[in-house]
Design a binder for this molecule. Sequence first.
Ligand code: ARG
Length: 591
Amino acid sequence: MSLDQSLRDELSALVGAHFGALDLDPAFGQVAPSQRPELGQFQCNGALAAAKSAKRPPRQIADAVVERLARDGRFRDLSIAGPGFVNFSLADDFLVDRVTALFDDPATGCRIGHAPRTVVLDFGGPNVAKAMHVGHLRASIIGDCLQRLCRQVGDRVTSDVHLGDWGLPMGMLIAEIARDAPELPYFDAAYDGPYPDASPVSIDDLQELYPRASARTKEDDEALAAARQATFELQRGRPGYRALWERMVAVSVEAMRADFEALGVRFDLWDGEACVHDLIDPMIQRMTDAGIAEPSEGALIVRVARPDDKAEMPPLVLLKSDGGVMYSTTDLATIVNRVERQDPDAIVYVVDGRQSLHFEQVFRTARLAGLVRDDVALEHVGFGTVNGTDGKPFRTRAGGVVRLSELIAMATEEAGKRLSEAGLAQELSEAERAAIARNVGIAAIKFADLQNQRHSNYVFDLERFTRFEGRTGPYLLYAAVRLRSLLRKAADQGFAAGGLAPETDAERDLMLTLAALPEAVRGAYERYQPHILCEHVYNVAQAFNRFYHDCHILSEQDLVRRGARLRLAEVTLAQIALALTILGLEIPDRM
Ligand code: ARG
């Protein structure tokens, strides 16, 4: 038995070998979970197809396969339905071995079946001076889950927040501050070196300045020209602008760190677009020399369209006609930087799906210019939008962006209400309950986000996210807390766990569900789809609840049976805890 193979693949190989022994193609041995559980845990419909190709009656083939499987010893409840559908369940010993192996495995079943990779994960992507909104929330939650998942399977991961700190918005802010406070030394053309005082702008100032500046540049061409000029001079290194910019970045980063901290999201690198600025000129030179970059109407572009493109593929703009650099330019220089510093096997961008054209252009350019080796994967892991109950992108009642901190506060409040309604954690102090409510609120948001297929949009509905039943974060946390308390009680009473020994279908179902972890982990990993793992952990919690309902555990008088059930509870808790950790949910001590 090897955990590198999913249970389903392993069974298919086993059954396939019996087809092979009957001179039939082993591929007919495909096994799938049963669609009629009353007939068994698994089914194999291969006898029908095999019959066609071998020109033999399907029933005869099914009989022969079943006969061989019966002698194997690893199966039970073998039967044939209809013209030749083979149904079977796993023998208890087989199931016990499988779940035990998973539990004892140093990799806890989180194996991908190939050598670990070096991965740069670009996610979060907040912008300086702008409040983080729900879009950044998604990038952060999904990105963080993928970082945990990649690490769990052994990849070497460098996570990079990739701050938006270098475009026109920076020049807009500088121009706006110059308008408000021209006396600041930063605007003195002779300014040289950093200014020793604290920043002239706080995060609140910035968040007030930003929309104002943005509106002004939209309405007023002169303001736009001033913003462009300031951006240009900043990028060329004008010392006063540079100093002011550094302070704006510093106050923004401080606020972002607090937000990410609250979410439990960590980054290895706090690099931004600006940090690759010096790599841009040599990169452009290289691309011009190679004939990839070409002038067009004063700008410098790269034609990335291919003859077989189905949709229009506009050229990538490397330099605007005013010499300013673009979002794409910094993304390309960042690739150069990452190749130099991390030498990754893959660079993965967890960014809004609406930026797919941008990434396609960037990736094509990087390939054309040979900025990365051909075997380095460049992947855009896109995601859908978060909408309000009205179906439009989620906003405040006044139509503004909802700050991340506000979102967390709202979720905390809703979770607190739910906890009191359910009569949970009543015996705890006010402060302890507040901490649990926050934890549960964040788990609710994260799970609600991760359980969707990445590409679909979803409605931000805290009422639904914070429920204690159904596919929610709180439901899973509660399952884990309840399991912990069960095991604590067992320990208090001196009850020891023994070997697994299923007796009821509830126990067998739970074990079978647990055995599907490697598949779920691999699926989530290979497709960058956390919802696959969400689905798995939800199934485990459901199967556990049935077991808990159907079987006595602490009140079981038979020592061996009690030990076996405690063991099953332990294994289940370990797996739920592992899955929740990968999803970024923290299990509270009490609930
Ligand atoms: N700052 C960008 C935004 O808010 C996201 C950055 C994503 N990462 C990247 N390498 N382009 O849309």
